[in-house]
Write a protein that binds this ligand. Sequence first.
Ligand code: G3H
Ligand code: 13P
Ligand code: ZN
Ligand code: NA
Length: 308
Amino acid sequence: PLTTPKNMFDRAYKEGFAVGAFNVNNMEIIQGIMAACDEERSPLILQVSAGAKKYAGLVYIRKLVEAAVADKDLPVVLHLDHGANYEICKEVIDAGFSSVMIDGSHLPFEENIAETKKVVEYAHDKGVWVEAELGRLAGMEEHVYSEKSIYTDPDEAVEFVERTGCDSLAIAIGTSHGAYKFKMDAEPELDFERLDTIASRMPGYPIVLHGASSVPQEFVTECNAYGGQVEGAKGVPEALLRKAASKAVCKINIDTDIRLAMTAAIRKSLADNPTNFDPRKYLGPAREAVKNMVAHKIRHVLGSSNKI
Ligand code: G3H
Ligand code: 13P
Ligand code: ZN
Ligand code: NA
């Protein structure tokens, strides 16, 4: 059934795992994720960005997720990723989403609080979960480019959560969106001390990690071997993500790894079968690649197998 993250995060916090939040844009992505979670008996979050909503259309996304929920006996959260303002949050709540993110991380502190509070009031009245964000990830976030990241200040985090009543908080501790998270010669690091400080100030409170793809090199290599140009792509090492999942981080966002898995499979399929022009013959392998990537993630990074 469609559910809120409440029970998932309570259990994730206590048992030291994280729930995967996967960005979805079309049927094959949704089916691949659902198949993996079904096999692993893992809870999951399907999240929709403004770009996904525009690409597929709100009705299509909503109905595809409805189909997924009808097809598999799994607890599923339908979540808005990076809601830019109150209006888009309200729109998807009215359309039946069980969770929204209001991303006011680019706003001054007081404005972020005001906008988040407004969303919390509307959402909680309807039983909908609210994720907010404090701190800035480097790179693109909600159409705002940030050259450098600004790590989340623990004092501000406590005040923000108290004053807004948001249900979970995305923080900046060194991750970033996309496939180029760290320089090739740099040793990737996350600020676990900061995470622990924030967690100790808000015991039991679920923390969210955006920009948490690991950018598996096998996908990068395969893309590049079949005509792609994604040299230098580098993600968050799995060991760091596992460590985050074992702590207060209850939700780990994954989009880039889905994109890479699909694109590698499609490039390979088209190169291996130059006479094929049946989309099912390359979208099928792409769906399978998403499934395998998600199953690996559940087993080796999230730790969410058999946590339903
Ligand atoms: O955090 C952003 C997600 O990766 C969604 O990306 O806005 O291109 O759909 P998108
Ligand atoms: P990645 O780009 O690391 O997959 O992050 C996705 C994300 O944070 C979506 O909100
Ligand atoms: Zn994000
Ligand atoms: Na956790």
